[in-house]
Write a protein that binds this ligand. Sequence first.
Ligand SMILES: *Cc1c(COP(=O)(O)O)cnc(C)c1O
Length: 451
Amino acid sequence: MDTKIILTEKEIPTSWYNIQADLPEPLPPLLHPGTKEPTILPPPLFASALNEQEFSKERYIEIPDEVLEIYKLWRPTPLFRAHRLEKALGTPAHIYYKYEGVSPAGSHKLNTAVAQAYYNKKEGIKRLTTETGAGQWGSALSMGCQFIGLELKVYMVRVSYDQKPYRRILMETWGATCVPSPSEDTEIGRKILAEDPNSTGSLGIAISEAIEDAIGRDDSHYSLGSVVNHVLLHQTVVGQEAMKQLEKADAYPDIIIGCIGGGSNFAGVYLPFVKDKITGKKPDLRIINVEPQACPTVTKGPYTWDFGDVAGMAPIALMNTLGHTFVPPPVHAGGLRYHGMAPIICHLAKLGFVEAQAVYQIPTFEAAVKFARTEGILPAPEPAHAIKVVIDEAIKCKESGEKKNILLALSGHGHFDLGAYDQYLSGKLEDYEYPEEKVKEALKQLPQVPA
Ligand SMILES: *Cc1c(COP(=O)(O)O)cnc(C)c1O
């Protein structure tokens, strides 16, 4: 059995797969933050092509040639069989991982970054604004904008800006401007800094700043790295490749495991497989969304209407949420510190097609180190959460003797997260309990939505 299953350039999928064509119940609408009426994504912020994709019911949406040409720099990405990890665990399970860390930006995020830059440029936009957590999204969009020919301003969550200066340098190298959020550059940023000059920031705050900036300028649109439907759509190039690769290995997953921050990398892997679960082709497929205990959106957050951002300027979505004013503890997986979750994932969870688990930070790093020592790749802290659950499931297989196929979504490498590894290796890493009281407070501020 091969270690690495690779595809040729010709086998890169030529369309994205749109789950909305196959959902047994349609997605609930987005609501306008003011009127609470069904709405589209605010047109002053988003290219119309992306708005169309957001609500499209077309099963396959063609990937533009210019985007495909750029994808060829790193796609198709490899699918590995984790022989050495399996052996170290003594498990009869077959563990596969789809690795997006081979992209120049080091994660899956470039898949949507290039596409979004392309559609905005095509509609005459000159500049994008965005937020970034750990810096992966900001760096991916920096490269996307550089390749397509757009300016970019990035609001980076303060805790990551301080912990991860190299991501900022990467953004600047690719030509973007990057400021820590909350910043003095926007009204909402100044307001939050006035209340708490030491605010560590959050994705929600950074989103509000980037939106405010883009609304204020005609030449600018805003860009989101996760959560919304069109981003998940662009990521399905990953899952479609993985499916082809597993076919070559004559395997179909019994369990698919990935981490969820806003949900894009993992949904990108599993949406093409969920289709098989919905249609009854593979009814017993398990799909496990893994999140941090410090920000357990799907496992602990109610399924209810909430704003996508802290300031309440973004549309209201029906999703699992910890409350839009919730600021999670500063776990190292900056990409998993968002109060809400992709409505597609929450909808699938509610319909019973996918499940969720929350894990602590220390066992997560323990799993990441085990992975690095057996498979070589040093995972980003985000997918390390999923590796923890992969190992748990592989050990269950050892106990029961079941030879399950496990597919891991390995969304990126952790070469910019070595500070976090250093803390773990020197025994200084902390675990954060679920901040129940803070969530309770935040949930008091949910918007009132008429039934
Ligand atoms: C951003 C990021 C995540 C979390 O975002 P999703 O939209 O949930 O995928 C996970 N892994 C990596 C490597 C990331 O960069």
